[in-house]
Design a protein. Structure first.
Ligand code: AMP
Length: 217
């Protein structure tokens, strides 16, 4: 199974990607997580990426394509993969198509998760991440508030710097101007399934699985 997960920031791509990766036994490739890991490790890539991520801008295409090329070329993806957060620009999408050709990767599907902007703003401004294990929580969910500890490991729950309101609005603007056209590109070029991301995690997951049933066989 080869999947590209598409949708605005905060739509739940990371959560759904983890579930789908488990379901199909495929590699979850989150470019945002890879960048944050590079930042945490203090690598050259991380140092370059920090100010870009914190301001809510996009990391340059050549860097992102290099990262994805390296992973897709590795045996870790032999069972399949789910791309989460890539491609985010038309150039990334076109380079990915070339890369798929070069690596003989075919039969991939695009899953588009949709929610409106107000819901994105509401979710991102309430999102907290466990500093220790990276799990995501929402204020108001299961009694979580801004001073709660991670209910699973006791780690500190923090707000991502790019989840502050001004940065959320900028990320949404960039999504509409730069990332949304990627969807039109895929609609013309391959199979796309669209699900409503406003439902619960479980329902969204079931809807995606049902929509993918044909590829599932
Ligand atoms: P995410 O966790 O997917 O929201 O990504 C966090 C941040 O990482 C984004 O706001 C961008 O700054 C950067 N990033 C992740 N994926 C990409 C990509 N495909 N192209 C450019 N920047 C990216």
């Amino acid at each position: 199974m080869r999947l590209i997960l598409f949708g605005p920031p905060g739509v739940g791509k990371g959560t759904q990607a983890k579930l789908l990766a488990k379901e199909f036994g495929i590699l979850h490739i989150s470019t945002g997580d890879l960048l944050r890991a590079a930042v945490a490790d203090g690598t050259e890539l991380g140092r370059r990426a920090v100010p870009i991520i914190e301001k809510g801008h996009l990391v340059p295409d050549d860097i992102m394509i290099g990262i994805v090329r390296e992973i897709l070329s590795s045996p870790k993806t032999s069972n399949g993969f789910i791309l989460d957060g890539f491609p985010r620009t038309l150039d990334q999408a076109k380079e990915l198509t070339k890369l798929f050709r070069e690596l003989n990767i075919s039969g991939y599907k695009v899953v588009n998760i949709k929610v409106d902007d107000n819901e994105v703003i509401r979710r991102l401004s309430n999102r907290l991440v466990c500093e220790n294990d990276g799990r995501i929580f929402n204020v108001g969910m299961d009694g979580i508030n801004k001073t709660s500890a991670c209910p699973l490991c006791g780690g500190r729950l923090i707000q991502r710097r790019d989840d502050q309101e001004a940065t959320i609005l900028l990320r949404l603007k960039i999504y509409h101007s730069t990332t949304a056209p990627v969807f039109d590109y895929y609609e013309k070029n391959c199979a796309v399934v669209t699900v409503n991301g406003a439902a619960s995690i479980d329902i969204v997951n079931k809807e995606i699985l049902a929509a993918l049933k044909d590829v599932h066989r």
